[in-house]
Design a protein around this ligand. Structure first.
Ligand SMILES: C[S@@+](CC[C@H](N)C(=O)[O-])C[C@H]1O[C@@H](n2cnc3c(N)ncnc32)[C@H](O)[C@@H]1O
Length: 231
């Protein structure tokens, strides 16, 4: 356990458990720690290094603890990273992680709820990529609608939207553990749930985003890459 953590979480498969931010370990300087981030960062980085441009600006949606963005910024130093989260504690954690890591290529986290029609970064111009990890299943469907609409508005032509998490394929779960996770999510909040790739493709089509690639990831997760066709 890292120095300074003040709380512990119960053991379990956190990749498949909708743990709330308030239950996470927190250091004295308000950095939150996510066990699933510790597990999934390396495989996600390996794919992102392949699919992201070497230079440009990447917007992260639902940054959570901020550990991902700091890891990505450290391993992809020529990209500028813009984290965001509607949760104030998440933004505090992200700011503390940025300070702790001493990184110059991560901007201060923005308060973005993708369900709202206007994001806090519209004035920043176009992004080369939008990345959202483990967000759309732990949010109402309106968040998926908003995420695709916003990515369609803010990505440059040829820019990509990258989604990571569990997904359904043609109305079916790809693993029993994903089905159990989906049921647990819905028990917690009826509007949450594992999303179907076909439904996301429809949102993409309406927003000018084509599904370019689906990549299988550890623990029955997937990484989806949508490409902006807007000119
Ligand atoms: C399960 S956490 C994942 C956090 C982080 N991406 C990770 O993988 O550890 C989901 C995050 O999505 C954020 N979120 C929920 N609804 C959202 C919305 N409508 N717009 C943007 N972010 C949202 C939450 O505040 C939370 O930080």
């Amino acid at each position: 356990m890292a120095q300074g953590r003040s709380k512990t979480i119960p053991p379990g498969n956190e990749d498949r458990s909708p743990i709330a931010l308030e239950q996470r370990d927190v250091s004295a300087d308000q950095r939150m720690f996510s066990p699933s981030v510790a597990r999934n960062s390396a495989p996600i980085v390996a794919v992102l290094k392949d699919v992201l441009p070497t230079h440009g600006v990447v917007l992260e949606i639902g940054s959570g603890t901020g550990e991902h963005v700091v890891c990505f910024a450290g391993t992809m130093p020529d990209l500028v990273w813009q984290p965001s989260d509607p949760d104030a504690a998440a933004r505090t954690s992200t700011s503390s992680w940025i300070k702790f890591a001493g990184l110059k290529n991560v901007l201060a986290p923005r308060d973005i709820d993708v369900s709202s029609g206007q994001w806090d970064v519209e004035q920043a111009g176009n992004f080369d990529a939008v990345v959202s990890i483990n967000m759309i299943h732990i949010a109402p469907w309106a968040a998926s609608l908003g995420l695709f609409a916003g990515a369609g508005r803010l990505l440059r032509a040829g820019g990509i939207l990258v989604l990571y998490g569990p997904f359904m394929r043609d109305g079916a779960h790809i693993a029993l553990s994903n089905a159990a996770f989906d049921a647990a999510l819905k028990q917690r909040n009826q509007s949450w749930g594992v999303r179907d790739i076909a439904d996301l493709e429809q949102l993409g089509a309406a927003a000018g985003l084509n599904l370019r690639e689906t990549i299988e990831m550890p623990a029955n997760n997937m990484l989806l890459i949508f490409s902006s066709r807007s000119a």
